[in-house]
Design a protein around this ligand. Sequence first.
Ligand SMILES: Nc1ncnc2c1ncn2[C@@H]1O[C@H](COP(=O)(O)OP(=O)(O)OP(=O)(O)O)[C@@H](O)[C@H]1O
Ligand SMILES: [Mg+2]
Length: 316
Amino acid sequence: MKIMTLMGGPSPEREISITSGKAVSDGLRRLGHEVLEEDFSIETYENIRNLKPDLVFIVMHGSPGEDGSVQGMLEILGVPYTGSGVLASSLSMDKAALKRFLSDSDITMPSWFWVPESAEIDIAINRLAAQGMLFPVVVKPTSAGSTIGISIVKDEDELEEAIQNARKINPDAIVEQFISGKEVTVSIVGNDNPIILPTQEIIAEGGFYDYDAKYTPGKSEHVFPPDIAPASIYKAEEMAERAYIETGCLGFARADFIIGNNGEPYFLEMNTIPGMTEVSLVPDSAREHGWSFDELLKRIAEYALEHFSSSVRKQH
Ligand SMILES: Nc1ncnc2c1ncn2[C@@H]1O[C@H](COP(=O)(O)OP(=O)(O)OP(=O)(O)O)[C@@H](O)[C@H]1O
Ligand SMILES: [Mg+2]
């Protein structure tokens, strides 16, 4: 096939996306495909019209690309693409929207509230008290990734600066209860009947899986199987699968959890285009399941074509 790997673009995660994109291109070439690498820009629409790829493999992180916008462009162009569609991508990119969407789904989440663009700091302080939330709390931009703009806040004095930091990335933010426990990530692949790949524990140097811990070799460890009660892992996997299906995710995604010290998994977020370097979390889980990096790419491409052919059938 002629496959375009779409990467880069103006998102804050541009560099990571290019690293992932190049790894995907190499893998697709090893599988025998003709690969066209595209650094996303305003020219991309015309380039796709002219080059007519059989499939676009989207390896963009953050906005635009992971948020449904590029998926919408490809829907209009009628070109098959990997991963989730417009709605699942945009819902998953917006942490507040996804939490609201899944609020009646029996998925345990940390207590949280939304801080709109215009909210004064006093409003946030009142909400914390009203919801019985205690410090530390976590402040996040609503739509970002790679821990960019996220702070762990130990007391009221640090809250304003944390909200300002998050607002540098997005106009609005969320405040979430900090959950003390162990971090795990659940990798999921497939369309209607997704496969749960082996869950891994993430142990970050310093305890916080921040940008540095994510991308500096040796600063975090991926552990199989997690040193956590199997019942808690099973519960997280069930929640991940439910979130994937209810949100309408396709192809592949990765759900992040903290398993609290009480053994209860707390769902943090869904990543619809997770890191795809050969040492990223989803490829690691695939390897543990017995699939090489290339085998994983092959399946993601197949899920995309399978979905595209069934949705084209539905339209006619
Ligand atoms: N409520 C919480 N309690 C404890 N730690 C948290 C909490 N929320 C986030 N963290 C820590 O911050 C990290 C980043 O949070 P989160 O996964 O929500 O953001 P992200 O920037 O979208 O991440 P990604 O790179 O996976 O897209 C988590 O991996 C975890 O280490
Ligand atoms: Mg995360």
